[in-house]
Every structure is written in structure tokens, then in C-alpha cells.
Design a protein around this ligand. Sequence first.
Ligand code: CDP
Ligand code: CDP
Length: 233
Amino acid sequence: MNSKITIAIDGPAASGKSTVGEQVANRLGFLFFDTGIMYRAVTLAVLQRGIDPKLEDAVSQLAQTVQIDILPPRIFDGRKADVLLDGKDVTWDVRSREVEANVSVVSSYKGVRDAMTEQQRRIGMRGNVVMVGRDIGTVVFPNADLKIYLEASAEERARRRYQELLHRGVSAEYEQILASTRQRDEIDKNRTIAPLRPADDATILMTDDVPVEEVVETIMTLIRENGLVKNRG
Ligand code: CDP
Ligand code: CDP
């Protein structure tokens, strides 16, 4: 058995990467790391400083200096937090509509990706990890022990996001979510550097109408079949 195991989960927005990835990591006792939050945090920093997201050089420079801390969810200043930007809790701000509208453009820049990829590789070196994002199996860890690509139709993914917002008591419009999901897919799949696509050796799981627990079980089976963990999970 390898001394350090890396499981890469990629896929488009609301394909289930964080929900499924976190459960798999918990079952295995592995670190869970969501790289999307890093790109969201850089985007928030850009917006907070009044930088035009279209200015590649200025955005890339900021990405190299900004301090992002991703925590295992914990209480920070009396609230549940999982991301700090320059020491401040921005857990909800990184999930705002404004960040969502700009994150794919910011994430398309080489300077931004180089800075984030380097940090992600360092985090991945710490121990067994389930890392989720868009390019984990293709770029960040091309030698990952297991690569999963989660997929679902844009309509199903927009429905999931819509339900989430309703549960949080946030007013939302399905058509607007669908349009923004499609727009983000389009930019993420067509960018020059690290586009969203399944690695050649990834297992693709279609998850329309498949409950989270079933997706988790399928991945756990693949993990066992690949001899990555024994008698666990
Ligand atoms: O949760 P959701 O799938 O909606 O988004 P996310 O994983 O938080 O990622 C937000 C955005 O960050 C994506 O739309 C990508 O533009 C970018 N991203 C990326 O380029 N590479 C990654 N490894 C992760 C996210
Ligand atoms: O991280 P990503 O953006 O890929 O998706 P997520 O935030 O993990 O999942 C978005 C929503 O879809 C969550 O509320 C999940 O519970 C839900 N989901 C689902 O209903 N069925 C699945 N097979 C996967 C996720």
C-alpha cells in the first residue's frame, strides 16, 4: 500500500464534489480539501480591492500575495467558518452571487492558477487527502491514486443549487442559476490552461437521480477495488 494516498474528484458546479468528497474523506479519515474555495477567495479579494477582474496582471499579482486559510469547518468569532482571507472570516462572502459571476474569469489566468496549484500541491503532500476541484486529476495531481469525475446535467445541477438556497432562506431564481451555471461551465471547459475535463484515467460517474449516499458507496467500492485502503470505511 502507498504511504500517502491522493484521491482526486473533479467535475462541474454542483456535481456533488464537496458533499461527496467530504463524506469519502470522513469515512477514510483523510484530509478533505476543496480547491474551489481558494479561487473564490482570490476573486473576493479582487472585488474587495476594487480591481477590475479583467486586468490579468493586477489580478495575478494579488493572487500571489493574498493570504488564504482554509480550515476544517470550525467556530471562528462565534460563527461556523471554513475560509479566512487575510485573517478575516469570509465563509459566506466567497459564496456570493458577485463572486460566482467573476470567479471563472479570475481562475482562467496563468498567474492565478500557478499560485493556487503550488499551494494545493503543498497541502496534498501533508498526508492522505481527498482533493476536489476542476483540474486535480489533470494538473494538480496527475499521478493521483484514484481519479473521479462527477457529472450531472446542467438542469439537475441548477436544481440542486436552487434547493440549497431555498433551504438557507435565500431568495433565488431557478432560471438565473441555470444561466450562471452554464456560463461558468462554458468558461471552465474552454479556457487554455487547465480546462475542466475528465483525466484520461478518471472514472466518470453520472449522478442525475443518484443520491449522495449511493455516489459515496460507489467511490468507496472503487477505493477498495484499487487496494487503496483495507478494512476501512
Ligand atoms: O462549488 P462549485 O462547483 O459551484 O464551484 P467551486 O468548486 O467552488 O469553484 C468555483 C470556480 O473556481 C469554478 O467555476 C472554476 O472557475 C474555479 N476552479 C478552478 O478553476 N479550478 C479548481 N481546481 C477549482 C475551482
Ligand atoms: O461541490 P459541488 O459544487 O460539486 O457540489 P455540492 O456543493 O457538493 O453539491 C450541491 C448540492 O447537490 C448539495 O446540496 C448536495 O447535497 C446535492 N447533491 C445531490 O442532491 N445529489 C448528488 N448526487 C450530489 C449532490
